[in-house]
Design a protein around this ligand. Structure first.
Ligand SMILES: [Zn+2]
Length: 141
């Protein structure tokens, strides 16, 4: 059997574990036959088992524990901003270009926006009745 190499479409697939996270949530392409798990800080060779190596890794106890902690929606995450900042400005602020965010923020913002919309448009209370069920079906928080 020939050696398997990493395919880009693998990262869009579900890992089949941990409430079915997509592979891209925890993995990055490391080389032609290796994927790096950013949660476990380890490389996974796909040369023999191909995609199955990723689903096997996702099912490991170490990885599942890391998912519970690091992919928890209450966990704050770091993100780099894509603004081009000159190096002299970077020296003044150590954290420029990097910010903390919470995925929960999006749902809080959505709730507040909806409350404002109801007030501004003078929606009746009954107009919002059952809206939670509708939003849960239409948005993923
Ligand atoms: Zn892992």
């Amino acid at each position: 059997m020939g050696k398997c190499s990493v395919r880009d479409d693998w990262f869009l697939k579900s890992d089949g574990h941990n409430n079915c996270n997509t592979i891209s949530e925890w993995a990055r392409k490391h080389s032609d036959d290796q994927v790096f798990c950013i949660l476990c800080q380890t490389s996974i060779s796909v040369s023999n088992k191909g995609f199955q190596a990723l689903t096997q890794h996702a099912g490991s106890v170490k990885h599942r524990n890391a998912v519970k902690i690091k992919l928890n929606t209450k966990q704050l995450r770091l993100a780099a901003t894509s603004t081009t900042v000159q190096s002299s400005e970077l020296k003044e602020k150590d954290n420029s270009g990097i910010h903390l965010y919470s995925v929960c923020d999006k749902s809080v913002i959505a709730e507040v926006m909806w409350a404002f919309k109801c007030i501004v448009s003078n929606f009746s209370f009954s107009a919002s009745d059952g809206i939670t069920d509708l939003f849960q079906c239409t948005y993923v928080f």
